[in-house]
Design a protein around this ligand. Structure first.
Ligand SMILES: [Zn+2]
Ligand SMILES: [Zn+2]
Length: 355
């Protein structure tokens, strides 16, 4: 019987790290352990195969040698037999036509709504996601742990069809696994995975912006058969703020001020991202004047410098005046000559000769 690919035996990708290899091995070893499968020769054979694969793939040096030699690799260093050389050649050519990649679990997305205050402070959030997890009872195989699987009779457990021809395909009866399910797992009804809610902690980086993605490695769906778990992408959405508009790390805020305060000058309360403060509006402030508070904007991701807070002062003209107030304003108006309105005076001068 042809020797199967060690990565395929453990159901991990060739780039799987030591932790993933160990995890896959533990799952499979638990499932096929002789204690749980008394008298099942198939399971015993699988257990031996899994242990052998793990022995090589868990050892950096042996794994490196296996990666270079492929199926020609022998744990004991013995040169390969001519028969095995044939296997390797056909496998390699075959792989050009069929990509033998272990199943990968789907990546998941989660939109996390945060406030501008969270952008300023950073911090942690707890989220609940629903992800497909490998069924614990059947380790994702969908078959009952004891006697749920039998060796595929179509390929005699080799996982390949077409005998010893040059291009041998994957056995269609067992999808190349060499095993077929005869009794579905009672927990997952054969699906191998089930929906589970999981509570996760997400770290919000300071200065994060809408649309940015935070990757939570291996928090997506588990693979359908043992393989790599997908990732979870948390997509940031910063809610609109009632007071601030954001441009990069700068914040903008429109501040309405009373027209008498604009004329006389006054201390005015203004919001900051972490609370509020008071600023001095100078006497004679025009509408539209912008004051800048350096460093009072948002933090910049990966940089020490924070943005600025821009305050756009908008002079508010009083409305709904009483007769007494109207009279008072008219009296005031008569006392204010061109010297009080130099811009208006210059404007009138430029208009003078127009017909
Ligand atoms: Zn088969
Ligand atoms: Zn199951």
């Amino acid at each position: 019987m042809a020797r199967r690919d060690l990565y395929a035996i453990l159901g991990v990708s060739r780039s799987a790290d030591a932790t993933a290899v160990k995890k896959a091995y533990r799952n499979l070893a638990r499932r096929y352990h002789p204690d749980r499968n008394a008298g099942d020769e198939n399971a015993a054979e699988r257990f031996r195969e899994i242990a052998e694969a793990y022995e090589t793939l868990s050892d950096t040096e042996k794994r490196g040698r296996y990666d270079r030699l492929g199926p020609l690799y022998r744990p004991d260093g013995r040169p390969p037999s001519p028969d095995e050389v044939t296997d390797w050649v056909t496998d390699t050519i075959g792989s050009i036509f069929r990509k033998r990649r272990p199943d990968q679990g789907e990546d998941l997305r989660y939109t996390l709504n945060i406030d501008l205050e969270d952008v300023a402070k950073g911090g942690e959030r707890t989220i609940e996601v629903r992800r497909q997890c490998t069924c614990k009872r059947c380790a994702g195989f969908g078959a009952e742990p004891s006697g749920g699987q039998k060796t595929c009779t179509n390929c005699d457990g080799s996982g390949r069809s077409g005998g010893r021809r040059l291009f041998r395909g994957q056995c269609p009866h067992c999808d190349g696994t060499g095993q077929v399910t005869v009794n579905k797992c009672t927990d997952c009804k054969g699906a191998g995975r089930s929906d589970q809610n999981e509570t996760l902690r997400v770290r919000i980086p300071k200065g994060v912006a809408t649309g940015q993605k935070l990757k939570l490695k291996a928090k997506g769906n588990d693979a359908r058969t043992p393989g790599q778990t997908g990732d979870l992408f948390v997509i940031i959405n910063v809610s609109e703020h009632p007071l601030f508009q954001r441009r990069g790390s700068d914040l903008f805020c429109s501040v309405p001020i009373r027209f008498c305060d604009a004329a006389l000058g006054a201390a005015v309360d203004i919001p900051t991202i972490d609370g509020k403060t008071s600023i001095k509006v100078p006497a004679g402030t025009d509408s539209g004047r912008t004051l800048r508070l350096a460093g009072r904007g948002l933090p910049t991701m990966g940089a020490a410098r924070a943005g600025d807070l821009h305050l756009c002062l908008e002079v508010e003209t009083p409305t709904k005046l009483s007769p007494v107030q109207t009279k008072a304003l008219k009296t005031l108006t008569k006392t204010l000559g061109d010297e009080a309105y130099p811009r208006r005076a210059a404007f009138a001068e430029a208009m003078r000769n127009r017909s």
